[in-house]
Design a protein. Structure first.
Length: 584
């Protein structure tokens, strides 16, 4: 973990990661903008198509009303039958029209005669009516003139409007006056039709019919004969105009010429052909920044009889679009993978370089150690051999024996050094032999302690045990290497008069060896590298050693699938605890 957090490895990897992820993010953002622009273009094309279709339909309905006006302009008198025959085809082919009507101008003095005339045509209960504040149809109050609905087609469903005075309602009256003033089609603001049971958004389109022989620009006061008008429910008009549309869009409609409270004309759902007149369902395009990046991006305006309607479009709940495109995600993921690969490659390259450096350092340390550890005993052996050779006859027998024993001890030291190096080398190549067998562990430990007492002339090496030990299944040679190395270290680094203990105990699963001494202890900063080759504490540099012993112990413990732990305090002493699986 410490090596992974090494700045020499992290800084280059961090630079590569920052650059790679930055480039990946920039590319992904560019791709996402491009994909979003494609979505915006498609959405814009769809709303343009719907708005154009609606405008064409409204223009067509305006022409239908003008066609009726042409009929009146071409005839001195249009009977009800002629009116119905003329508009029938229009109604049949244009389902968005609720009704087409004729409403003549009736002055106050002509009212009774007019009502009698209509009654004589089969409408016995006809009278000019208006709606009172309670919503009931009552006889119209006296006024200077009336604009009663007289001809209606289709009759069924619209008959309640027969005789209704259009000028009795302020909204309708304003549209009548605008049509007369402009001599063109004039649409009303939002109204509720008199024939409606429930409140629905509707509007009327009026066109004034002027007496033909006097109609000219020099005589703007040409007498008014009446109005032709189209009756429209907003819902029906939208459904008829967009019957063939398959766009999964929603739009709300507002009349820009009406007061805010009366301007809402409903929300239309194109695909499922439904319409809501509830203000709660009005859409807000600001929630769709991808498709509507600007405030008016998703708004279109319709010209409706001198008025302007604003349509605000948004995608329906199931409309297919995304804030972050799959292509952008793919680009970012690909960039992330490439960046990760580069970081991994760089990290591995750095690790390889560091590994080579460490190997070179180990080689240098190894050669330095070997040259030192070999040169000293070899020098000792050569000096002792030369002393024997040149002074053999002059030396006493005891002196000769001492020199021979020195040569023998030094040879054993060299043999152990070479053996340790070979053991570590075989372990690293996987060729270290492991041959467990049954043997008496208690006797084995006592023999090792006795050998070390004699070999090092130390009587303060003690063996202790807890419990009874039968035959155990371990590798004698490997276990000897473990115990001898640990005990030898304790002997080497402890004062001559301080006790050293080998304690043997067991649990149901493990055999436990504890080697305790009162040596200088191991510095806390070295505990993590304790079992690495050639590692030695700074407080024992003056004592000869190779730094191979504990590395060899670790290898031998792991051969037994065991564990080793160290409890050490500087100036107090050290305890090594080795646990090996118990197989009796």
């Amino acid at each position: 973990m410490k090596d992974f957090l090494n700045p020499q490895r992290l800084i280059p990897a961090g630079i590569i990661a920052c650059l790679g992820l930055g480039i990946s993010f920039a590319l992904a953002r560019a791709v996402n903008r491009f994909e979003n622009s494609k979505q915006q273009l498609l959405f814009t094309q769809q709303i343009d198509s719907l708005a154009n279709t609606l405008q064409r339909s409204i223009d067509m309905y305006s022409n239908d009303v003008l066609a009726i006006a042409d009929l009146y302009a071409a005839s001195e008198l249009v009977t009800e039958d002629e009116f119905q025959r003329f508009v029938r085809r229009t109604i049949d082919s244009h389902p968005g029209i609720q009704a087409l009507e004729w409403a003549p101008l009736v002055r106050a003095e002509e009212r009774l005669t007019f009502e009698s005339l209509i009654r004589s045509q089969g409408y016995e209960s006809f009278r000019i009516v208006e709606r009172n504040p309670s919503g009931e149809m009552v006889e119209a109050l006296e006024r200077e003139q009336y604009i009663p609905v007289t001809y209606i087609f289709p009759w069924e469903g619209n008959e309640i409007a027969h005789g209704f005075d259009l000028s009795s309602n302020e909204t309708r009256k304003l549209a009548l006056e605008k049509a007369l003033e402009s001599r063109s089609i004039a649409a009303s603001a939002r109204i509720t039709l008199v024939q409606e049971i429930e409140e629905q958004c509707a509007f009327l389109m009026f066109f004034p019919v002027i007496q033909t022989d006097l109609q000219n620009e020099e005589n703007p006061a040409s007498p008014l004969l009446g109005y032709v008008l189209g009756v429209f429910r907003v819902h029906d008009l939208m459904n008829a105009a967009l019957a063939d549309s398959t766009y999964d869009l929603v739009f709300s409609i507002r009349d820009l010429h009406a007061d805010r409270e009366q301007s809402f004309l409903g929300t239309h759902y194109v695909l499922n052909k439904s319409h809501s007149d509830s203000l709660d369902d009005e859409v807000d395009s600001s929630q769709y920044q991808v498709l509507c990046p600007q405030e008016d991006s998703c708004e279109r305006e319709l010209k409706v009889g001198g008025r302007e309607w604003r349509l605000t479009f948004v995608p329906a709940p199931h409309y297919s679009y995304t804030n972050i495109s799959s292509e952008a995600l793919s680009v970012f993921v690909l960039g992330f993978i490439v960046t990760s690969g580069l970081c991994l490659y760089q990290s591995r390259s750095q690790a390889k370089i560091k590994e080579v450096q460490e190997i070179n350092e180990l080689k240098q340390r190894f050669f330095s150690m070997v040259s030192h550890e070999l040169r000293t005993p070899l020098s000792t052996m050569m000096v002792s051999a030369q002393a024997l050779d040149s002074n053999y006859n002059q030396l006493s027998d005891n002196k000769k024996i001492a020199l021979v024993r020195r040569i023998e001890s030094t040879a054993k030291q060299l043999s152990k050094l070479v053996s340790d190096i070979l053991t570590i080398s075989r372990a690293e190549t996987g060729k270290l032999e492991f041959s467990p067998q049954l043997f008496d562990l208690e006797l084995f430990c006592r023999d090792i302690v006795n050998d070390l007492r004699v070999g090092h002339d130390r009587d303060n090496i003690h063996f202790e045990k807890e419990g009874n030990f039968k035959l155990v299944y371990l590798d004698e040679k490997v276990l000897r290497s473990i115990l001898v190395n640990l005990l030898t270290n304790s002997i080497k680094y402890s004062p001559e008069n301080s006790p050293i203990h080998l304690k043997l105990s067991k649990t149901q699963e493990d055999i436990i060896f504890q080697i305790c001494d009162r040596g200088p202890g191991i510095p806390s900063g070295k505990l993590e590298q304790l079992y690495e080759v050639f590692e030695r504490g700074y407080n024992v540099k003056k004592i000869p050693g190779t730094g191979l012993g504990l590395a060899l112990v670790k290898i031998c413990v792991e051969l037994h699938n065991g564990s080793i732990a160290c409890d050490s305090q500087e100036g107090i002493g050290t305890t090594f605890i080795v646990k090996l699986p118990l197989v009796e």
